[in-house]
Design a binder for this molecule. Structure first.
Ligand SMILES: [Zn+2]
Length: 228
């Protein structure tokens, strides 16, 4: 796929994913944002302050890795520094979804990580969702704090008193992680009402993730057929 087609596809996907997270209640009004990196040198990101219900393909912004606008008539999301810093730090990341989903944000407000208590968080996200130190929304400090906690392997981070940032090698992966994290936040809150939830240990979490990556679903069948 050439650069023009890749950017066009990224814009289409960004609009679609923005509408999906709005419909699912993971974001509201104009808060939250999504981006993807269709080429090494460009990022597609949602604009600042436009309601999700009104968001269209033509509203998407294309920026270079320094944050200068290459395409689009609006100001990019105020969290552009956060998105760019993550892409610069993590070559494996191609899509980012930043939500303000209520239950994950409840953990962010309490500055508590979301621990692994059921298999899906271990399988899909790969471990607990840790909390980055508080910084003003849209600031370079917020971006630095998030990148620090994400490190080289974490796929999601809670922003203290703010929301959630989820990474993926594409939008469907990042969206699935957003859903799984919100579901886990809900399970933990409910289980705390019933008693004291047991957390799965690092060894078990690692094993669940490994099995999911290499054995779950139809992946083995596909790989098997390729190797024949
Ligand atoms: Zn935010």
């Amino acid at each position: 796929m050439n650069v023009v087609s890749a950017v066009r596809k990224a814009k289409e996907e960004a609009v679609k994913i923005a509408h999906t997270i709005f419909k699912e209640g993971l974001v509201f009004e104009t808060w939250g944002n999504v981006s993807s990196r269709p080429t090494e040198k460009q990022v597609v990101i949602t604009p600042s302050g436009i309601h999700y219900e009104k968001l269209q393909y033509k509203d998407m912004i294309v920026v270079n890795m320094s944050g200068e606008v290459d395409e689009g008539k609006w100001k990019p999301s105020s969290e552009l520094p956060l998105h760019l810093s993550i892409y610069q730090a993590r070559k494996d990341v191609k899509a980012i979804i930043h939500t303000h989903s209520i239950l994950a944000t409840a953990f962010a407000v309490c500055r508590q990580e979301i621990p692994v208590v059921v298999e899906d968080l271990a399988q899909v996200v790969g471990g607990p969702v840790k909390v980055a130190e508080y910084a003003h929304p849209g600031s370079d400090e917020l971006a630095l704090n998030a990148v620090k906690v994400l490190g080289t392997e974490n796929n999601a981070v809670l922003l203290a008193n703010h929301g959630l940032v989820v990474l993926g090698d594409d939008f469907p992966t990042a969206l699935q992680r957003c859903r799984v994290i919100e579901r886990n936040a809900q399970i933990i809150i409910w289980s705390k009402i019933l008693g004291s939830p047991y957390t799965l240990g690092p060894k078990e979490v690692k094993e669940l993730r490994k099995k999911y990556l290499y054995e779950y679903g139809q992946k083995l069948l596909k790989r098997g057929s390729h190797s024949c």
